[in-house]
Design a binder for this molecule. Structure first.
Ligand code: PFF
Length: 469
C-alpha cells in the first residue's frame, strides 16, 4: 500500500522526524488503512458472539441504528479533526481549541482505551494464532459440539498456552512496527482482505444449505422485541464504537494522515458499509451452523472457535480451508492492532519525545503486564472476579461500554460547540471543493444535540441508572 504515514515506514526511516510528518499518499491507501483498522476480530469474533448472546435480530437492529446515527457522524468528525490538525489526538485538540475546557483529555482517555482493548484483543488474536497452528497440524476438525468445545476449553484454561501465544502475538506486532515492515503488512492486507471476504462468502453459501438455515435467518432477522433491554442497547452501541474504531482517537490519528483531497464523508461511508458486510457475512456463516450442529447461540467468546471448525469439517478440503480462514482472520486482526498501537505510540512519540522504537517498546511492555491479566482470566485468575467479571470481561466492558461512548460524547460536543460548524464544514468540503454544505450542517446539528444526548441516555439506561440497579 502506498502509505508513508500512520503505521507506515516513514516513521521508522526517520523516527524523530517530527517536522516531516508522514501521511497516506493516495486515496486508495487511505481507504485501505481505514478499513484495515475497522475490520478485525470485531467482525469475526465480537459481532457473532454479542449477537448470539443478546438475542439476535433485535440486537442487530439496534447495532445498525447505532452505526448509522451515532457511529458514522462520529467517524466523520474524528477524521475531520485529525486532518485539520495533522497531529496526535492530544496535540490536535489542544491546537484546535487552545483555551477553555481541557478537551485534550479525550486523547488521554483514548490512550487508556487503547491499552485496555489491546490487552484483551491480543489474547483473542492469541487464540487465532493457536488455531492456525492446530489447524495446520490437523487437530481441530469435528462437527461434534462436545469435541470442538473441548478443544477450545483446553486452550483457554491452559495458563502457559494462553500467555505464550499472547507473547507471540505481541512480539509479532512489535516486530512489524520495529522492523518498519508495516507497509508490507498493509499491502498484504489489501490483497488478502478480498480473499477473506470470498472465503466468508463460500462459508456463508455452504452454511445456508444446512438444515438450521431457517432458524438462523429468523434468529438474525426477525426481532423479538422483548429481548431489547437497556443493557442490550448499550452493548450494541458499544459494538458500533468498537467496530468503527471510534471514540478513542484512532480515527483522529488516521485522519491526521489523510490526503487533502480525500472526500471524508464518502470514505467513512464506504468503510462503514464494507465493515458491516463482513460482519453480516460472518453472522450468516456461523448461525446456520449453530442451529444445525446443536451449539447454543449464547456460547460466548468460544462461539466462532467452536462453530467454524464444525462447518469446515463438512466441506471437502476443510482442513486446509480452516487454516486459511484463521490465517486471514489473523491478518485482519493485525491491521486493527496496528491502528490501536498507533494511538499510544504516536502520543508517546510526539508529545513525550520518545523515539518511535522506544514508544513502541514501552507500549509493548505495558501490554505484556496488562495483557497477562486477560490471558489468565480463564485459568489461573478464573476465580478472581471483582464485581462478578473476569479481568478480560472488565477490559472489554470498560472500553466498549464506558470509555468509547464517553469519548464519543466529548468528541461530538467538541465539534458541535467548541470547534464549530464553519471549520468542520470547511474540512468536510475540502475547503469548498466538494459542495456538501448541507451535509455538514446536518452532521453538525446531529453532533451538537442528538449524538451526545443519545449516547448519554443509552449509557445511563444500560448501566442501570434509571432502574436504580
Ligand atoms: N475495529 C476493530 C475490530 O472491529 O476488530 C477493533 C478496534 C480497532 C477498536 C481500533 C478500536 C480501535 F481504535
Amino acid at each position: 500500500m502506498s502509505t508513508s504515514g500512520s503505521s507506515g515506514p516513514a516513521h521508522t526511516a526517520s523516527p524523530n522526524a517530527g517536522a516531516t510528518r508522514g501521511g497516506f499518499s493516495s486515496g486508495l491507501g487511505v481507504l485501505a488503512a481505514t478499513l484495515g483498522s475497522a475490520v478485525g476480530l470485531g467482525n469475526i469474533w465480537k459481532f457473532p458472539t454479542l449477537t448470539g448472546a443478546n438475542g439476535g435480530a433485535g440486537f442487530l437492529l439496534v447495532y445498525l441504528l447505532s452505526t448509522l446515527l451515532i457511529g458514522l457522524p462520529l467517524m466523520v468528525a474524528e477524521i475531520a479533526i485529525g486532518r485539520q490538525a495533522r497531529a496526535n489526538p492530544i496535540s490536535a485538540l489542544r491546537q484546535l481549541r487552545p483555551h477553555g475546557a481541557p478537551w485534550w483529555l479525550i486523547g488521554m482517555a483514548g490512550m487508556a482505551a487503547a491499552f485496555l482493548i489491546l490487552s484483551f484483543y491480543s489474547e483473542v488474536v492469541a487464540w487465532v494464532f493457536a488455531y492456525v497452528a492446530k489447524a495446520l497440524t490437523g487437530g481441530l476438525l469435528s462437527s461434534d459440539p462436545a469435541q470442538t468445545q473441548a478443544s477450545f476449553d483446553a486452550l483457554v484454561t491452559d495458563p502457559v498456552q494462553s500467555l505464550v501465544w499472547q507473547w507471540v502475538v505481541l512480539a509479532f506486532i512489535g516486530g512489524i512496527l520495529l522492523l518498519g515492515v508495516t507497509r508490507g503488512i498493509e499491502a498484504a492486507t489489501k490483497k488478502l482482505m478480498p480473499l477473506l471476504f470470498l472465503l466468508l462468502l463460500l462459508l456463508c453459501g455452504y452454511s445456508l444449505t444446512l438444515p438450521g438455515r431457517a432458524q438462523a435467518l429468523a434468529f438474525l432477522f426477525a426481532p423479538e422485541w422483548h429481548k431489547i433491554t437497556p443493557a442490550v442497547v448499550l452493548t450494541a452501541m458499544g459494538l458500533a464504537f468498537f467496530k468503527l474504531s471510534i471514540g478513542m482517537g484512532t480515527m483522529m490519528t488516521y485522519g491526521s494522515y489523510f490526503t487533502a483531497s480525500q472526500n471524508i464523508p464518502a470514505t467513512a461511508t464506504r468503510v462503514m458499509l464494507a465493515d458491516l458486510s463482513v460482519s453480516l457475512l460472518a453472522g450468516m456463516a456461523i448461525f446456520p451452523a449453530v442451529f444445525s450442529f446443536g451449539f447454543t447461540p449464547s456460547a460466548g467468546p468460544a462461539l466462532v472457535f467452536i462453530t467454524i471448525p464444525a462447518v469446515f469439517a463438512q466441506i471437502p478440503g476443510g482442513q486446509v480451508l480452516l487454516a486459511v480462514f484463521f490465517i486471514l482472520t489473523a491478518i485482519a486482526a493485525t491491521g486493527a492492532m496496528l491502528s490501536l498501537m498507533e494511538v499510544p505510540v504516536v502520543i508517546l512519540h510526539e508529545r513525550w519525545g520518545l523515539t518511535r522504537p522506544r514508544a513502541t517498546l514501552l507500549t509493548l511492555l505495558v501490554l505484556v503486564l496488562l495483557g497477562a491479566g486477560c490471558a489468565l482470566s480463564q485459568s489461573t485468575l478464573a476465580q478472581f472476579r471483582p464485581g462478578g467479571r473476569t479481568l478480560f470481561d472488565w477490559a472489554d466492558h470498560l472500553s466498549s461500554n464506558l470509555l468509547l461512548p464517553a469519548g464519543g460524547i466529548a468528541i461530538a460536543l467538541f465539534v458541535g460547540w467548541a470547534w464549530g460548524e464553519r471549520a468542520f464544514a470547511a474540512q468536510l468540503s475540502n475547503h469548498g471543493e466538494l459542495g456538501n454544505r448541507a451535509l455538514a450542517r446536518l452532521l453538525c446539528l446531529l453532533l451538537r444535540w442528538v449524538t451526545p444526548a443519545l449516547i448519554l441516555l443509552v449509557m445511563l439506561a444500560g448501566l442501570g441508572v434509571f432502574s436504580g440497579a
